[in-house]
Ligand binder design. Structure first.
Ligand code: DSN
Length: 442
């Protein structure tokens, strides 16, 4: 109401986003819907406060409440994940990973992560990321059947003696073999960093193995399956402290003064709220349902004739391999799905014959749909819609020639506006979404 009076233009945009979220379905596996309690913490007066430093040692006065907020959030994270040290200040996953490398690697030393195009992350050493400018990146890959190529990880680790091996990523439909990674890291004396951004909610809910007994460092963003606000946490495990007793201190110093200034205290409060929510029995139930829903969706897609990377999923994420109908078709599908209100993103698949802008896969996930309360019937319906759209657009094949490609994409986008076929499905999606509220919308 107050925003409406102060800035009607912005209020209108925020309202439009609420309507968009309510009327469509988020199937991007890295997105979720935080609770109203998390949003309340996010929009609190803590947003106004500077607190460079850490609890008990700040460079600004007036932080007696801030100290309590940060300590509470840290204690909740330590208890939920079973670690002796947590830093809750990283602004997000990318700066968190940068801080970790800068804490443990000298410039030029080797970092090893999953290649971005195989499902890694920019900050795991992608060639255009700062992480490969400051450090020498030696990426490992997926096998074409969608599993991490552990033989290659071992061979590259022995050849290149990395300072840190990163496991985890953004498009991994199968459980991450933490134990095997730890063995390889130990063989070459490397740190093992588990980037659990995608799966931390599943771990907190007891539905995915925890990396804590195996890794030295664990990083997670807080807004994906963990269902908090945007942000990140760096955890130092007991194993990490045994390897290097100064590790916690090095991480804290790498965040501030190394990389960041004042922490975003409202975010830290929101993370604290999300951690409390994630410690409740209901969250265990939620994490279980996220996986059951993903497995149902995967099975249904397969039964509609679609091919999935690795043949299915162990977690919240599904990667559809569209090469059976031609290379580079992920963009056509993500635009066509958006047209009917299903928001999923095009993605590279292991060994993709096409390019990152025109990848051959579609990435799907169930965290947000599950938060809205959707279950088996809805998963079957979603698979059915996706299969119908795949069939409907099968004649749009990506040409190799650049001019022809741009012309076809223009024609395709035009068809999304003019082809009445989409409207029926759009209405069906909207009707289903209407029955499942987005929790943060008042
Ligand atoms: N952008 C995130 C994802 O979609 O997985 C990773 O940072």
């Amino acid at each position: 109401m107050i925003l409406q009076q102060t800035d009607p233009q912005m209020a209108e945009l925020l309202k439009a986003e609420e309507v968009r979220q309510q009327n469509s379905l988020t199937l991007i596996p890295s997105e979720n819907h935080a609770s109203p309690a998390v949003f309340e913490a996010l929009s609190s007066v803590l947003s106004d406060k500077y607190a460079e430093g850490y609890p008990g040692k700040r460079y600004y006065p007036g932080n007696e409440v801030a100290d309590k907020v940060e300590n509470l959030t840290r204690e909740r994270a330590k208890s939920l994940f079973g670690v002796p040290h947590v830093n809750v200040q990283p602004y997000s996953g990318s700066p968190a990973n940068l801080a970790i490398y800068s804490a443990i690697c000298e410039p030029g030393e080797v970092i090893m992560g999953l290649n971005l195009l195989d499902g890694g992350h920019l900050t795991h050493g992608w060639k255009f990321s700062m992480t490969s400018k400051f450090w020498k990146s030696v990426p490992y890959h997926m096998t074409t059947d969608g599993l991490i190529d552990l033989d290659e990880v071992r061979r590259l680790a022995q050849e290149n003696k990395p300072k840190v091996i990163v496991c985890g990523g953004t498009a991994i439909p199968r459980a991450i073999p933490f134990k095997e990674f730890a063995q390889i890291a130990d063989e070459v004396g490397a740190y093992l960093l588990a980037d659990i951004s995608h799966i931390s909610g599943l771990i907190a809910g007891g539905q995915h193995e925890s990396p804590v007994p195996f890794a030295h460092l664990v990083m997670t963003t807080t807004h994906k399956t963990l269902r908090g606000p945007r942000g990140a946490m760096i955890m130092v495990t007991q194993r990490g402290l045994d390897k290097n007793p100064e590790l916690a201190e090095k991480i804290d110093k790498a965040i501030i003064p190394g990389l960041q200034g004042g922490p975003h205290l409202n975010n830290i409060a929101g993370i604290g709220v999300a951690l409390l929510e994630a410690s409740k029995p209901e969250f265990k139930d939620y994490a279980t349902k996220v996986i059951t829903n993903a497995k149902t969706l995967a099975q249904e897609l397969i039964s509609h004739g679609l091919k999935l990377v690795s043949g299915g999923t162990d977690n919240h994420l599904i990667l559809v391999d569209l090469t059976t109908t031609g290379p580079g078709r992920g963009m056509f599908l993500d635009l066509a799905l958006e047209r009917i209100g299903l928001i999923a993103n095009r993605n590279m698949i292991p060994g993709d014959p096409s390019t990152p802008f025109y990848p051959s896969g579609l990435r799907l996930g169930t965290p947000a749909a599950t938060t809205r309360g959707m279950g088996e019937a809805e998963m079957k319906q979603i698979a059915n819609w996706i299969a119908q759209v795949v069939e409907h657009i099968k004649d749009f094949q990506l040409p190799g020639d650049k001019e022809a490609r741009l012309a076809l994409i223009k024609q395709f986008k035009e068809s999304l506006k003019t082809d009445a076929w989409y409207e029926t499905l759009h209405q069906e999606v909207k009707d289903m979404c209407g029955k499942f509220k987005v929790p943060g919308i008042r």
